[in-house]
Design a protein around this ligand. Structure first.
Ligand SMILES: [Zn+2]
Length: 225
């Protein structure tokens, strides 16, 4: 797609909110093409200002959408265009993770270990309302943050100064988060903070599976089978 549609001057002066929505939907289609997955519908709705969006993977819904905070379509943050771009790419990556787990798309270069962590993380989750470090570094979030950052970083010289400033801010934020995670989880040459997170997740996951199995056995006894 022609990414220059996101350039700040153009975004602010030439595009109506409706045209901005169209550009973001085109971005999702572009990402879906590159990940060989089905594009998701984007729903724009008002959310809390500190929330950019989310991916709906509720089991009850027959269709799964990307939800983007409508507030940023007309808010006055100088980098609102790039906040929106980043969010669409991030939430779309969650859609890709879902498709990988369901076997709807090929794993390509993903290793089995990574897919296994996503699977465990789909059951054992840390929600965004709790501790941010725990939320940010769980495997599916970590992957979505890293993926969006890498895609955005790849466009650094295609866009404008506001973009580069936004990306410099993102870089600084990433360094800060990593520092925070190392402090929170601990980090050593033998066991780095990511390995500690993965171990904790695996322990919780296998506890969960074991409890489920035990419950089934109890149920069978009650039923006299
Ligand atoms: Zn996410």
């Amino acid at each position: 797609m022609d990414y220059s549609v996101f350039k700040t001057d153009h975004w602010n002066n030439n595009l109506s909110p409706k045209e901005r929505r169209i550009a973001l939907r085109e971005l999702e289609r572009e990402m879906a093409r590159s990940q060989k997955r089905k594009a998701r519908k984007i729903v724009f709705k008002f959310m809390d200002k500190n929330k950019c969006g989310y991916y709906e993977d509720g089991k009850k819904l027959p269709r799964k959408f990307l939800y983007i905070n409508k507030y940023f379509l007309t808010s006055d943050e100088p980098d609102r265009n790039y906040i929106l771009m980043n969010t669409v790419i991030h939430e779309g990556r969650h859609a890709y993770q879902d498709d990988v787990l369901k076997g709807k798309v090929s794993r390509d270069t993903l290793d089995d270990e990574k897919v296994k962590l996503w699977k465990m993380n789909s059951i054992i989750r840390n929600d965004a309302k709790g501790n941010f470090t725990k939320y940010r570094f769980q495997p599916r979030e970590d992957d979505a943050y890293n993926f969006a950052y890498d895609v955005m970083e790849g466009l650094r010289y295609l866009l404008d100064d506001v973009y580069r400033c936004y990306m410099d801010g993102q870089k600084a934020q990433r360094e800060y988060w990593e520092f925070d995670a190392k402090n929170y989880y601990g980090d050593s040459p033998d066991l780095n903070y990511k390995q500690i997170i993965e171990k904790k997740l695996a322990r919780k996951y296998y506890d969960f599976i074991l409890k489920k199995k035990l419950n089934r056995i109890k149920y069978r006894k009650v039923q006299g089978i």
